[in-house]
Design a protein around this ligand. Structure first.
Ligand SMILES: Nc1nc2c(ncn2[C@@H]2O[C@H](COP(=O)(O)OP(=O)(O)OP(=O)(O)O)[C@@H](O)[C@H]2O)c(=O)[nH]1
Ligand SMILES: *[C@@H]1O[C@H](CO)[C@@H](O)[C@H](O)[C@H]1NC(C)=O
Ligand SMILES: *[C@@H]1O[C@H](CO)[C@@H](O)[C@H](O)[C@H]1NC(C)=O
Ligand SMILES: [Mg+2]
Length: 200
């Protein structure tokens, strides 16, 4: 039987409690939003398969609790992640300042070469903005990572950001699989088949 996907990538979302990690994952995986705040206990995950450069990429997205008391549990999941999404809330200065601590946490606990991405969430509430887009952009640039302002509520840049991170990981992995270190296009005869053929 044909495989339902070509690649499986494990992603992890981290950031302060209340920045909207769970809402971003629910928007991405289920295209839903519910403003009732239920703080995450420990760790959870959702899956979604997307198309990246003609490949079926299954994303296993791990949702972590932002609360300090869960730190020991959540850091244990860093090592298995191929991509880590750092999230702050554009209406909350503190959540942005704390990004440096979350970065440190990645350095201490994640695999070397993990792809990172920075998201400034809740960009729908412009009136309460505390962190300018330029400030977020600059931090991402300093770390050499991609950046988006998102809204889980208004569905802004959610799909786009996950897509961008998945593409980055895919490009990295195809480079790695080449003996010359040059980028190799992973092609197969299956590529030209209509997608219906690979659905189980
Ligand atoms: N306006 C607005 N509110 C949002 C957005 N995303 C999340 N929220 C609200 O922010 C609150 C926290 O969202 P969560 O997704 O639960 O936050 P979290 O980062 O998962 O928090 P922890 O699980 O405690 O770490 C909820 O009341 C959401 O409704 C957004 O894009 N815009
Ligand atoms: C939002 O979630 C809460 C808690 O799970 C639930 O009681 C409520 O009915 C939900 N609202 C909508 C509109 O689905
Ligand atoms: C994360 O890193 C810190 C500092 O190096 C270490 O004390 C801790 O045990 C690590 N956690 C896990 C789960 O590996
Ligand atoms: Mg949560």
């Amino acid at each position: 039987m044909a495989k339902k996907y070509d690649f499986l990538f494990k992603l992890l979302l981290i950031g302060d409690s209340g920045v909207g990690k769970t809402c971003l994952i629910i928007r991405f995986a289920e295209d839903n939003f519910n403003s009732t705040y239920i703080s995450t206990i420990g760790i959870d995950f959702k899956v979604k398969t997307i198309d990246v450069d003609g490949k079926k990429v299954k994303l296993q997205v791990w949702d972590t609790a932002g609360q300090e008391r869960f730190k020991t549990i959540t850091t244990a999941y860093y090592r298995g992640a191929m991509g880590i999404i750092l999230v702050y809330d554009i209406t909350d200065d503190k959540s942005f300042e704390n990004i440096q601590n979350w970065m440190k946490s990645i350095k201490e606990n994640a695999s070397a070469g993990v792809s990172r991405m920075l998201l400034g969430n809740k960009c729908d509430i412009e009136a309460k903005r505390k962190v300018s887009k330029e400030t977020g952009e600059k931090l991402a640039k300093d770390h050499g990572i991609s950046f988006f302002e998102t809204s889980a509520k208004s569905s802004i840049n959610v799909e786009e950001s996950f897509q961008a991170l998945a593409q980055e990981i895919l490009q990295k992995s195809s480079k790695k699989s080449s003996p010359t270190g040059k980028e190799v296009k992973i092609t197969s005869s299956a590529e030209k088949k209509p997608s219906k053929c690979v659905v189980l």
